[in-house]
Design a protein around this ligand. Structure first.
Ligand code: ADP
Length: 454
């Protein structure tokens, strides 16, 4: 049993983990950088330790400082949240050596799935469909050219070590392949310290559909349905929902079974997400696996009634999971990511929250570390709040979200609230006609009439 847990993260997810620990009677330790002294995760944790200056590499990514904080406070285990060290296999290994628990999958599995080229091979070996592509990282520009010729354009170049939507390049024709291949390699080397690049067929108008999976220490693996995350800008998700308007029960079962097969093949433990691309003919392909809790986990919580963070803690403590496979979703949930950014230019907008009035009411949830007079520091990602609603049908959930956005009042900084309002009124969005290129079209449409923010 864990008596005390250290949370190696900040912001809304740190607070979310503290909530789950409190309900389970587990004490919490917050770590924070000097930029986050006034953050709510510090206020609400039972203990807190300053681990360094604002730069992430000196604080939230600094393994030795985090371990020192765990040792000083006598924490039994670490919850990494998402981002930062959550998919760092080395960190998970060091914790094992220090006899500190880890709330996540085994380090070998993190390492395997963190290498996107290897993850792809593993998925294919488990019988999960993958897009045509290079099984191994490409050996050079000529190899890239030959592989692309055999797959057919367009193709996408991806960094094996990539993540967060970075390090990807779409190549439309042969003339561009050699140049793009070398730029992609240099970029990947700079961003991830690993220049390995692989290639797959580029789908022009797919949907991003991901499955929530969970495994316990006794080989019980389940999926908990899907999230549709096609509303993205520059590969960054803006709105997520569950269930997907594109999935029939039969397709859900088929994709869910593929997700579970892959988890079984690697002996997956704890929370994970299998991301797929779905084409307009209903064919799906494995894209990648995230070996952690996702930002958008609340939409799954709303339609399944399961507290995923609590479940993470329970399975890490060795509890047997009693959740049945493929729970039928109940109603419809939507999440809007409220970012501190200009809704027209997308420029970051850190600063003081002069007014911060949260919406409430039926089926309305806000996950945030913000409060009135809190100053959003400029050093980290721009997510200030996640607004999640649940209702009986997708149409009603859209109505409820529109109402909740109207009642969410933020002054002092720019936020993406006006952009979300406008997306929710869009005919294609309302009709459920979604694809990963939705935002590109949407922004194009609204450029003429004065920007999406208005
Ligand atoms: P990351 O790990 O950086 O988030 P992913 O592999 O998950 O990268 O891809 C992020 C997004 O890029 C997807 O949601 C999708 O919009 C787009 N994408 C990735 N691979 C393809 C592909 N083969 N065809 C079309 N779009 C793709």
């Amino acid at each position: 049993m864990f008596k005390k847990i250290l949370i190696a993260n900040r912001g809304e997810i740190a607070l979310r983990i503290i909530q789950a620990c409190r309900e389970l009677g587990i004490a919490t330790v917050a770590v924070f950088s000097t930029a986050d002294r006034d953050s709510l995760h510090v206020t609400y944790a039972d203990e807190d330790v300053c681990i360094g200056p604002p730069a992430s590499k000196d604080s939230y990514l600094n393994i030795s400082r985090i371990i020192a904080a765990a040792e000083i406070t006598g924490a039994d285990a670490i919850h990494p949240g998402y981002g930062f060290l959550s998919e760092n296999a080395h960190f998970a290994e060091v914790l094992q050596e220090c006899k500190i628990g880890w709330i996540g999958p085994r380090p070998e599995v993190i390492r395997l799935m963190g290498d996107k080229a290897k993850a792809r091979q593993t998925a294919a070996a488990a019988g999960v469909p993958v897009l045509p592509g290079s099984p191994e990282p490409l050996e050079g520009a000529e190899h890239a050219r030959q592989t692309a010729a055999s797959i057919g354009y367009p193709i996408i170049l991806k960094a094996s070590a990539g993540g967060g939507g970075r390090g990807m390049r779409i190549v439309w024709k042969e003339e561009e392949i050699e140049g793009q291949f070398s730029t992609a390699g240099e970029e990947a080397q700079r961003a991830f310290g690993n220049g390995a690049i692989y290639m797959e067929k580029y789908l022009v108008e797919p949907r991003h559909i991901e499955f929530q999976v969970f495994g316990d220490k006794y080989g019980h693996v389940v999926h908990m349905g899907e999230r549709e995350c096609s509303i993205q800008r520059r590969h960054q998700k803006l709105i997520e929902e569950s269930p997907s308007p594109a999935l029939t029960p039969a397709l859900r079962e088929e994709m869910g079974a593929a997700a579970v097969a892959l988890c079984r093949a690697v002996g997956y433990e704890n929370a994970g997400t299998i991301e797929f691309l779905l084409d307009s003919d209903g064919r799906f392909y494995f894209m990648e696996m995230n070996t952690r809790i996702q930002v958008e986990h609340p939409v799954t919580e709303m339609v399944t009634g399961i507290d995923l963070v609590k479940l993470q803690l329970e399975v890490a403590m060795g509890h047997k999971m009693t959740v049945p496979n493929g729970l039928k979703p109940r109603g419809h949930a939507i999440e809007c990511r409220i970012n501190a950014e200009n809704p027209d230019t997308f420029a970051p907008s850190p600063g003081p929250l002069k007014t911060f009035h949260l919406p409430g009411g039926p089926g309305t949830r806000v996950d945030t570390h913000g409060y009135e007079d809190y100053v959003i520091p400029p050093h980290y990602d721009s997510l200030v709040a996640k607004l999640i609603v649940h209702d009986r049908t997708r149409g009603e959930a859209i109505q409820r979200m529109s109402r909740a956005l109207d009642f969410f009042v933020v002054e002092g900084i720019h936020t993406s609230i006006p952009l979300h309002r406008r997306i929710l009124r869009d005919d294609d969005f309302i009709a459920g006609k979604l694809s990963t290129r939705f935002m590109e079209r949407f922004l194009q449409k609204h450029r003429e009439d004065g920007g999406p923010g208005r």
